[in-house]
Design a protein around this ligand. Structure first.
Ligand SMILES: [Zn+2]
Length: 162
């Protein structure tokens, strides 16, 4: 028996002013996107701002539905919008932040598995890892270089080729 280990690295920053200009701008845009969230059921508002290779910023927010599975997370709203409107542009950076009507979110919230899987498709498609920036309403900011830091054993299309 042997063990297979893969390392995840998240850089942690304690203040938005420690980020470079682009990362700070994206996080600020994600915070603006929180206000477009439609979350009357969870009262948990998520905002996402991504930057494409051509510099364009695309935003998304969670859109809930009374039939719960019909709603969609902010990350997928943003990345599918980018894919539909800018099909040939790689996603360079995604910033994701949250706000709850019920409590103060003081730690970064990780994206759900379905969003991570959807985001990974864009890394594979453009063969380019994306930088992911996470922050709660306040508190520490986590930055990861590539989705493998969140899904170290992620499913790659290479595995379909046999
Ligand atoms: Zn999600």
């Amino acid at each position: 028996m042997s063990e297979i280990r893969r390392e995840s690295i998240l850089k942690c920053y304690t203040d938005i002013n420690q980020l470079n200009d682009t990362d700070r701008l994206l996080l600020e845009e994600a915070k603006k996107a929180v206000d477009t969230s439609y979350a009357p059921y969870s009262n948990f508002h998520v905002g996402c701002a991504l930057q494409l290779n051509n510099g364009v910023i695309v935003k998304g927010s969670n859109q809930e539905n009374i039939a719960y599975p019909s709603g969609l997370c902010a990350e997928r709203v943003a990345i599918f919008s980018a894919g539909a409107n800018y099909p040939n542009e790689a996603v360079k950076i995604m910033a994701i932040t949250v706000k709850s009507d019920k409590f103060k979110v003081i730690e970064p919230i990780m994206s759900c598995g379905a969003c991570l899987q959807s985001m990974s498709e864009y890394e594979m498609r453009f063969k380019k890892p994306m930088r992911i920036i996470l922050q709660g309403e306040t508190g520490d900011i986590y930055i990861a270089e590539g989705l493998k830091n969140f899904m170290p054993f992620m499913f790659w299309t290479d595995e379909l080729k046999g």
